[in-house]
Design a binder for this molecule. Structure first.
Ligand code: ADP
Length: 285
């Protein structure tokens, strides 16, 4: 599995066929302040290939900032992020920046370069709270934009892959529709496809259902669950505790910029060790 007859890794397979369970990202001692506001206060996180990590916690606890740090959208003040060598072969259009052969370490206590941050960013793709689709472009055009413009993938290849991905999430028929012709849930599924089209090793979700009407939440969570079942590596900021409980391998409860508690969902939701976790869950469950 993971290898096509011509010997190149199957790029449709999550992680390019790298072994599940091996470390993908290692985060140590991450700190971030906005002025006097200390938002991350020493965060450690291990993301393993094929795992789903859920970040939960009250509003303002630092979840989004942590998530954005994982792909260079937010630059921490201190701490380290190490990414394992890319699972894609060097020269793959998706990963033609550095980082293909050696681990990539960003030490934020020193100065990181733009090149390092881009190399980190290229390992993942983010699904935002709002889908951010271009309104005057069709679904297909939105999906192939990144691969064609940024990754220099041949247009025909990008179209083929986009079509396949859209069919997979039940949107094959909507290929030539414009975003406003879709429901919020369909738009968000396109947002997910747009992320998948970049062939990331890591999918980052920032409250992907929080802007949706309640009746549209389910279809998006279903797609996310399918991706998890397929073996995609995912880090998800979510208020959907039922989803976290059902799908996550590890749940981190953040409060005040600290990971107050972490564990398997069964343990954390049923028998939280910390009083703060208990109070938070009690309010929401
Ligand atoms: P959460 O996702 O848990 O709600 P965030 O990471 O979004 O938390 O925000 C944590 C804190 O950081 C909040 O107090 C927020 O106002 C602040 N913050 C986030 N982004 C910025 C920014 N770009 N500039 C200033 N403050 C920010």
């Amino acid at each position: 599995a993971g290898t096509e007859p011509n010997g190149t890794p199957d790029v449709l397979e999550p992680g390019g066929g790298a072994r599940p369970g091996t470390p993908l990202l290692t985060v140590r001692g991450l700190h971030k302040s906005f002025g006097d506001n200390s938002v991350l206060r020493g965060i450690d996180l291990d993301v393993r290939r094929g795992s789903v990590t859920a970040l939960i916690g009250p509003s303002g606890s630092g979840k989004t900032t942590l998530l954005r740090s994982l792909n260079g959208l937010s630059i921490p003040d201190a701490g380290r992020i190490t990414a394992a060598p890319s699972a894609h072969p060097s020269g793959d259009p998706g990963t033609k920046t550095e980082g293909g052969d050696a681990p990539l370490t960003l030490d934020f206590s020193r100065k990181t370069t733009k090149r390092q941050r881009f190399a980190l960013r290229d390992r993942s793709a983010m699904v935002f709270q709002q889908h951010n689709l271009f309104p005057h472009r069709t679904v297909l055009q939105n999906v192939i934009e990144g691969p064609v413009q940024v990754q220099r993938v041949a247009r025909a290849d990008a179209v083929e892959r986009a079509t396949e991905l859209l069919e997979r999430v039940g949107l094959g028929e909507k290929r030539d529709a414009y975003p406003h012709e879709l429901s919020g849930g369909q738009q968000q599924r396109v947002g997910i496809v747009r992320a998948l089209a970049l062939r990331p090793e890591l999918l980052l979700f920032d409250e992907p259902t929080s802007a949706l009407d309640p009746e549209l939440v389910g279809e998006v969570l279903t797609v996310m669950k399918e991706l998890a079942d397929e073996g995609w590596t995912m880090v998800v900021v979510t208020h959907e505790l039922q989803f976290a409980r059902a799908v996550a391998d590890e749940v981190l409860f953040l409060d005040g910029g600290h990971v107050v508690e972490r564990g398997a969902p069964r343990q954390l939701f049923r028998e939280p060790r910390e009083e703060r976790t208990r109070q938070f869950l009690h309010r929401l469950l």
